[in-house]
Design a protein around this ligand. Structure first.
Ligand code: GLC
Length: 607
């Protein structure tokens, strides 16, 4: 099922619009035997021995720490951050963000607590789908800079301890890619079979009933050789034929090319849709129409075909040679499906994204509990996202227009303290708001023009990053490609950096804690008070250390009691608490946490 069919764009039923939507290796110090010691000189010897012992212990501790870190792949402890490059920072003042702009913000990212940036596609592209239509996989689009700028960014990021993840659009290319230009040139061209060409059923009739996720038939007639080609997304995004080994080899080589340039992994775009039924069976049709006025279909024959797993295993094999990570845009319906993307032998994606978590579109402890438990039962390490460039921002999905900033902190308190790797979408950390266009003529995202007014497209969640209160929010001196939301006056990096109670300051403190707290890094997720309908509480438990997280998902004061003694602890001591949240210790491991509306309490447990 594709993005749209899965209901992730505003128009669909499950839409995300407001209201919808180590082991520690023991170091054995070998002490000399008593008999050996007894024949040694006395005082001086013991002081030397004491010194050696202290030194050895220190060295052992340091080594233990290293081993601890080394026993986890880097991406498990890393905090990822998605950058939509058009909208992040514009260094050459043409109204569109660029790579040098990103490089200029590395200090900001480091200071926030980011360890890896995923840059949405920055390769040469006609920009029909803003970079998700790639015309050259081994270069940088001039609007974003040059390969030299990329190398500079890569080097600089690496000096900041930040990994670079690129967005690999592997389902389709641009219709301007030389592969496709050759493919369409004749029925016998060398690359004809690199794409999916078929004869129509009859004059003016596409080969079958498959629909594009972006509206209309998924088949585009091309008069050069009188055949149709298949496109899951826009007609300018023809699907590659992954059944052709040459396609596979060429695309695998693309990943090697970037790994050799220093990238640390890829976010794999639209992996669900790589394969189609070669017999082109019609998809089952459901009653009703979608926002584009098309019939509603179940994508039975062009989505999640099992062949994708061979490709993922191949990509993983290469990734492993470079200690790289593969993140998947995986629109799964349940955890069984998610498990398939980890691979039976943990040999596919390390981080398939769990979008089911984003489908919890209300502040419901029960719903979140269910989803967190589900993903914790998955066969691999969880990944948490609450928004991205295709999804209405969390600020709007969960906000109540009264406590919005507090709710933004609440959500940070949730996804940044769970067991798993979080991916922050740029701007979430300052409480950016989705700001969709109000007039059809202002819409940039083609699906918004096609589906207006039911589908306004994805411009709203792609607006320029709000750096400060100056013109264009400090994003660019030129008119930005999308308007800066009016909220930049109240929500921007510069002002929020000065305010200890801002959303940004909250993100910084949680991320700082997360990087240093073993329980938050590695601890098990242990749900608490599972019947509570207002407050979501859990422990992160690692050996004899534990952190208690208490999240008030209601707009009224809450008092929650915890019996910590059954987990071997007596009291919770605040590490991070939003104003008004506090804890009172009772006797015998009883603790009462008091939380203001949408309050957060994170505490270290002690014995
Ligand atoms: C993915 C991207 C989306 C894009 C689509 C087609 O879903 O996240 O932005 O439009 O693929 O490439």
């Amino acid at each position: 099922m594709g993005l749209l069919a899965a209901g992730f764009f505003p128009l669909f039923a499950r839409s995300h619009k407001k209201g919808y939507t180590h082991p520690v290796r023991a170091i054995t110090l070998k002490l000399r035997s008593r008999s050996a010691l007894s024949c040694m000189p006395t005082k001086r010897f013991y002081s030397v021995l004491f010194f050696i012992l202290c030194f050895s212990l220190l060295a052992a501790t340091a080594q233990t720490n290293n081993q601890d870190a080394e026993s986890h792949p880097w991406w498990q402890h890393a905090v990822f951050y998605e950058i939509y490059p058009r909208s992040f920072a514009d260094s050459n003042n043409d109204g569109i963000g660029d790579l040098n702009g990103i490089a200029s913000k590395l200090d900001y990212l480091k200071n926030l607590g980011v360890d890896a940036i995923w840059i949405s596609p920055c390769f040469p592209s006609p920009q029909v789908d803003f970079g998700y239509d790639v015309s050259d996989y081994e270069n940088i689009d001039p609007m974003y800079g040059t390969l030299a700028d990329f190398d500079h960014l890569q080097k600089d990021a690496s000096q900041h301890g930040i990994h670079i993840i690129l967005d690999f659009v592997l389902n389709h290319t641009s219709d301007q890619h030389p592969w496709f230009l050759d493919s369409k040139s004749s029925r016998t061209s060398a690359q004809r079979d690199w794409y999916i060409w078929r004869d129509g059923k009859g004059p003016g009739q596409p080969p079958n009933n498959w629909l594009s996720d972006f509206g209309g038939s998924a088949w585009q007639f091309d008069s050069t050789a009188n055949q149709y080609y298949y496109h899951y997304f826009y007609p300018q995004q023809p699907d590659l034929n992954w059944r052709n080994p040459e396609v596979k080899d060429a695309m695998f080589d693309v990943t090697r090319w970037w790994y050799k340039r220093g990238v640390s992994g890829f976010r794999l775009d639209a992996v669900d849709t790589l394969f189609e039924d070669p017999n082109l069976h019609d998809n089952p049709v459901l009653p009703g129409k979608n926002a584009f006025g098309d019939a509603r279909e179940i994508n039975k024959y062009n989505d999640k075909l099992p062949e994708v797993h061979d490709v993922l295993r191949g990509l993983r094999n290469i990734a492993d040679q470079y200690n790289a990570v593969l993140i998947g845009e995986t629109w799964t319906n349940d955890i069984a499906e998610l498990n398939r993307y980890y691979g039976h032998n943990h040999d596919e994606l390390q981080l398939p994204m769990d979008f089911l978590f984003t489908m919890v579109n209300k502040l419901s402890p029960a719903e979140f509990r269910k989803q967190i438990a589900a993903v914790n039962s998955a066969s691999g390490w969880p990944t948490f996202v609450i928004s991205n460039h295709d999804i209405v921002r969390s600020y709007d999905r969960y906000g109540d227009a009264v406590h919005d900033d507090q709710i933004a902190k609440l959500m940070a308190g949730l996804y940044l303290t769970l067991r798993g790797t979080p991916i922050i979408y740029y701007g979430e950390e300052i409480g950016m708001k989705t700001t969709p266009p109000t007039r059809k003529e202002d819409v940039k995202d083609p699906i918004g023009r096609r589906g207006w007014p039911k589908e306004k497209g994805r411009d709203g969640e792609r607006t320029p990053m709000q750096w400060d209160e100056s013109t264009n929010a400090g994003f660019s001196k030129a008119k930005p490609w999308l308007p800066v939301p009016p909220t930049y006056k109240t929500h921007n990096v510069a002002d929020e950096s000065k305010d200890p109670n801002s959303v940004l300051s909250f993100y910084r403190s949680v991320l700082k804690l997360r990087h240093t707290n073993q329980a938050l890094l590695d601890g098990d997720y242990v749900p608490l008070n599972e019947d509570d309908q207002k407050v979501l509480s859990y422990l992160r438990l690692y050996k004899d250390q534990a952190v208690l997280v208490v999240l008030n998902m209601s707009g009224v004061w809450q008092k929650v009691g915890f019996d910590l003694s059954k987990h071997g602890f007596s009291s919770a001591n605040p590490l991070i608490a939003t104003e008004k949240s506090s804890v009172h210790h009772g006797s015998g491991g009883g603790n009462v946490v008091t939380l203001g509306p949408y309050g957060v309490f994170i505490g270290q447990l002690s014995k």
